[in-house]
Design a protein around this ligand. Structure first.
Ligand code: MSP
Length: 521
């Protein structure tokens, strides 16, 4: 186990919608990266959960004739159940309605109030109800509408509590300038520097209970509840035992893990995470996250997949039909991280058929079927290997290092392209060496052993390297290679050679071929 731990988080999902592929994307990614980091020997914690306060939830609950908590609980369970059904393994499922979170938010607010970071003032401004925030004069489009909701501002005059966010502008700029790799991909850093080129205003952190009741009451004024973003962002250290108390007074807080926090978010919540959140952390005396990884949108018919547009794909049904490995593989392989990607059934099915069924799946079955039929189902001797075998293994054994480098940099699609190139190199080697012909000639048994044995060693490497993306398939592959269980081997074992004479398992059919489904109406 290496010394530096990893803390990986998804956004907390609003419980006014049911989980769709857009939500599943962030969760699948964070799950994959957690598996990868764990396999690399890092102590890893992975948090996901639900964001349950605010006006949207209050309104939705009312529409359904439920109390906000009843409504939020039912939908939070849907998210938890969806991730479970998909075999995703978060260590922490965090809900902003849990008692410990309410206490933490109130303690943090009290702390900031005591230190003079929060003040009370009347303000008149242009409010967007959809965003649930005041937008600055620059944040309305040329027609004066909210660019995200296409709605006009509501002028609101209200007395509220404010966090002195503006005071942190220079510190925040200095932070990003001296840590340019915190926000990834780098194009999003430019966007953030763009925000910071404008004067940074203070942040309104309360809502009067006359307008919104469903929130965490301010500890110093019960006529107000906490602004939902100020509440929700605190989940991240909350998942590690932070209690909102001054530095040094949070005995259960895993500060080592916090220092290594990596947040996965979508680009629509960049401002709240790259501006609000680090200034809150600075004010609370906590270290700023290590990385903020920003994804684009999954689109369907060129529009952001979302419940309100009705263009959603349901991730649980999809993983039941195609397998979670396929879904994970497709999203990571197809989408250059940070960019938008259109979801189309044809591209999805073609990718799975080409790279999983006809790729690693077919390579596995053709290599192992010959091993079972013609070599007694055992790992053959390695002595008869020559230059072609050495060259193939050299290429495959270089994969763990380059794959890890790309994965760590967030270039998942490149890492998986390299994986695919190694599979193709093995396929070419099979075509060149024609093991099916060697198997027919008893004088060639030794040569056949050299060829199949090399493929078995290559398959082992591929199964270790791709485990975080294809955990089910690669686990089954290793059992076929003779492992007693699908347990994940440490990354350092990726270039081990399979022991001569050891028994192989049954030949698996790893990835089936699929037909392109008719688009759901
Ligand atoms: N509750 C806030 C986050 C608070 S974090 C302290 C929120 N919730 S959300 O449910 O609306 O969105 C959660 C995440 O899902 C966001 O990162 C958002 O970008 C992502 N996605 C929702 N639809 C998406 C797509 N169609 N494609 C990709 N991701 C999208 O914002």
């Amino acid at each position: 186990m290496t010394s530096d731990p990893r803390y990986i988080t998804t956004p907390l999902y609003y419980v006014n919608a049911k989980p769709h592929l857009g939500h599943a994307y962030a969760t699948l990614l964070a799950d994959t990266v957690s598996r990868f980091e764990r396999q690399r020997g890092h102590r890893t914690r992975f948090l996901t959960g639900t964001d349950e306060h605010g006006e949207k939830i209050q309104t939705k609950a009312k529409e359904e004739g439920k109390s906000p908590l009843e409504f939020a609980t039912a939908n939070a369970k849907l998210f938890e159940a969806a991730w479970q059904a998909m075999g995703l393994t978060p260590d922490i499922f965090y809900r902003t309605t849990q008692a410990s979170h309410v206490k933490l938010v109130q303690a943090a607010l009290q702390q900031l109030k005591d230190r003079g970071e929060i003040y009370f003032a009347e303000y008149e401004g242009k409010y967007c109800v959809g965003c649930e925030r005041f937008r600055t004069d620059q944040e309305w489009d040329a027609e004066g509408l909210c660019p995200d909701h296409r709605t006009p501002p509501v002028v609101r005059k209200e007395a509220n509590y404010w966090f002195k966010m503006g005071a942190y502008q220079q510190r925040l700029l200095d932070f990003y300038r001296s840590n340019p790799d915190v926000i990834r991909p780098a194009s999003y850093l430019n966007e953030v520097l763009g925000f910071l080129a404008q004067p940074l205003e203070d942040l309104c952190i309360s809502r009067p209970t006359t307008r919104l009741e469903w929130g965490i009451p301010l500890p110093f004024d019960d006529k107000y509840v906490t602004y939902v973003w100020f509440d929700a962002l605190l989940n991240y250290p909350g998942g590690l035992g932070y209690e909102g108390k001054p530095v040094g007074q949070n005995p259960g807080f895993d500060e080592k893990l916090w220092a290594e926090a990596t947040h996965f978010i979508g680009k629509d919540i960049l401002k709240t995470h790259a501006i609000y959140w680090p200034t809150m952390l600075m004010a609370l005396g906590l270290p700023v996250f290590r990385h903020l990884n920003v994804s684009g949108y999954i689109l369907m018919n060129s529009l952001k997949m979302s419940k309100s547009l009705g263009n959603i794909v349901e991730p649980v049904t999809m993983s039941e039909t195609f397998g979670v490995d396929s879904l994970r593989f497709f999203l990571l392989r197809e989408v250059p991280y940070g960019g938008d990607a259109n979801f189309a059934w044809e591209a999805f099915v073609n990718r799975l058929n080409a790279e999983l069924a006809n790729g690693i799946g077919n390579l596995t079955s053709r290599s192992l079927t010959i091993a079972v039929k013609s070599l007694g189902g055992k790992v053959p001797a390695k002595a008869a290997r020559g230059d072609a075998e050495a060259a193939l293994l050299k290429q495959v054994h270089a994969l763990p290092e380059s794959f890890a480098k790309e994965f760590e940099a967030g270039r998942y699609h490149i890492a998986l392209t390299q994986f695919g190139e190694c599979v193709r190199a093995c396929d070419l080697y099979v075509n060149d060496n024609k093991p099916w012909a060697l198997a027919k000639d008893p004088a060639q048994t030794e040569r056949l052993g050299a060829v199949i044995g090399t493929l078995i060693d290559a398959l082992w490497t591929l199964s270790v390297v791709a485990d975080s993306v294809l955990p089910n398939g690669m686990g089954r592959l290793r059992v076929a290679l003779g492992e007693a269980s699908p347990e994940v081997p440490a990354w350092s074992r990726a270039t081990e050679l399979r022991p001569e004479g050891s028994a192989l398992g049954e030949v698996p059919r790893l990835f089936p071929r699929f037909e392109i489904p008719k688009e759901p109406a």
